[in-house]
Structures are given as C-alpha cells and as structure tokens.
Ligand binder design. Sequence first.
Ligand code: SF4
Ligand code: SF4
Length: 375
Amino acid sequence: MARVYNWQLGREMSYWYAGNRPKRQFAAVFDVNKCIACQTCTLACKTTWTSGRGQEYMFWNNVETKPYGFYPTAWDLKLLDMLGTQNWKGDRYEGQTIFEAAPAGERVLAHRPMEQDYSNPNLGEDDAYGTVNKGHYFLPPHATWMFYLARICNHCTYPACLASCPRGAIYKRPEDGIVLIDQSRCHGYQECVRACPYKKTFFNPTTGTSEKCIACFPKVEQGLVPQCFENCIGKIRMQGWLNTPDQADPDNPMDYLVHIRKLALPLYPQFGLEPNIYYIPPIHTPDEFNVQLFGPGAPNAVREYMKARSDKTLAGLLGLFGCSVKTVASFAIKGDHAYAYDDAKSETVSVPIVEPIHIRPEFDPAREVVRHNTP
Ligand code: SF4
Ligand code: SF4
C-alpha cells in the first residue's frame, strides 16, 4: 500500500494507490440547517439519470432524517460498529481508517447491504430523538432533535469504490476529480457496492453493471451546477472547486468555508476517503453526535455559524447559496451586496447581505382593500 496525506485526518494514511490529486477538485457545501426534506433534489436526479429499468431502487441523491434515517438501512451504523473506537487527538485522527482496518486479503473494511436494506428509501423520516415535553413543542433548547442529511457521492480524494474494483473500471478524472464507472469495463462484481462506506454505488441487475452519481459532469463541464443543486428548494447547496489547505484561496467560496472559516466539514472523515461534499452541521444536535458524523471541528463550526448574521462576509456568502445555475468559482463582498463569479471571472449573480423588508400599508387606497398580512 502507498502512503498518502489525508488533510482531514491531519496525518498520512495507507491507500491502495499513490496520491494523485486532480488539477482541481469538484466540491460542494451543504447547509444542513436549511434542508426541509422536500426531496426535490432526489427527484431531480431520479428523473434525469435513474428512471430506466434496473434503476428503480437507485437514489444517487437521497435525503435521510438523522439519527434514525438511512438509505440503505443502517449503512453507517454497521460500518461504525465494525470500525470500533474512533479517537481524535485534537485535529489528528488516531483510530484506523477503513483501508487500515481491512481484514487480511481484503482491500477495505466493508459490508454489503442486503436486498431488503434497499426496500425503505425513506426509513425513519421525521423521527426525532428523545421525547417532546408538553410546552416544549417548538422552542429550543430542548432535548428532542432530528435533522435532514442530503447525500450524494462524495467524489472522494481516496475513493474506496475505485480501490476495490478488480477490473480497474472506476477512475477519478484528472481534470475535475469526478469519480466515474467505465460501463464498458465493469463486469458487475459489485466490489464497489460493498466497499463504498457511503453506499453510493448501485448494481443494475438489468445491465449487469454498477452505476453511481456522475456529478452531472455534462453540466459541470459547461460551468453549470448539477441537477440536485439547481433544483434545491431550500437553497442549501453551493458547488465549486476545493484546493488543499496549503493553497486555500480566500476568494474561493469552498476554500473560505472549509479551510479558512472551518464552517463546513466532511461526512465521516474517519473512514479515510477525504470526501469532497462538506456540511455545515446542524445547530440543535448534541456535540457528540455532530463530532461522530463530522469530526472534531463540529462544535466550533456550529458556534461560528450562529454568529454569521453579524459577520458580513459569512452572511453574504451564505446568502449566495442556491442563487445561480452557475458554479461559483469565486465571490466578493462589496458594500451591502455579495457577488458570485464564474470561472471566467464574470459576475453571475449578486444578493443583498441583509434582505430588505417591505411592509405594505394595512389599507391600500388605490385598490380600496384592507390587507391581513400587516402587523
Ligand atoms: S462516495 Fe463512494 S462511490 Fe463516491 S467516490 Fe467515494 S467511495 Fe466512490
Ligand atoms: S431539494 Fe434541497 S431542501 Fe429539498 S430535500 Fe433536497 S437538499 Fe433538502
């Protein structure tokens, strides 16, 4: 095995191939706190890519309610259990990754979901942890919590799907880091289905090959965001390009949120894949749960997020989420507006940092009506 540097773990780790980072890396930030689980993203993806025969059960994008929701069932719980203790010492991961914990003769520590694990795509929907006390229905703080976790393939820097494929059918594109399965090479051994800890490759029994999220690369190549981003009702998503921490650019929104402000965190970094979808963690969830999902930076990320309203740069950048069909390559704050730019540095959209509020008069003499939507 080669030794590669995984910055999310703060250390080197073992991987099956030598490190070979792409020219630039497809990445995204999801603001968990804004997701309403409308599943528009799920259906936008399904109607675009997985409406064919053999794809009925596939959800390249899914949204599950944590802590009790999964697709497939218990995908993360099973692996967390197999991996054992996952200790962090500061920002350094002291436990084993799924590559380091692989049993003799196997490439990764993994489990293969059973057919019935795919039979309940929205198991646990809206189930909350804890009991709701009378009088505590909506007002935090309270001991009852849940949140919606939107998931796609993480287009990992060290993909387990790629490492496990005996046919060499899975590749990471050097130009943008998107991970794809070459359908002409795949023989349907399903090692990737077993190996991906996020369970984001799926076997198609009709074609006899495995399939996965392709990050809508035909759109991304044109500077456009993927379907699940463009259609997101809650405007929770922003897509861009992520540099390594030593090359963080403060004008790049991904670098700013991930490296500079450390507000957006990877999902289960301890698995060791250096996933490239980042999450602003939920604010009403116990620290311990957030740390297990998003690593040791989660409590600080929540604290910083709570202060965003009084932070012009952060408030402006968060306001740009979901506001353009174009990839946000860079951003700027000028006066009371936030601006997004594409790869060619052309402005694609601007938003006011503070949304203006217009209160209409209760009585409108022009139309001779009394309005009910006034204070
Ligand atoms: S999330 Fe899974 S399918 Fe996607 S690149 Fe990583 S290991 Fe492969
Ligand atoms: S479309 Fe956006 S808000 Fe709706 S479920 Fe998907 S991620 Fe959440």
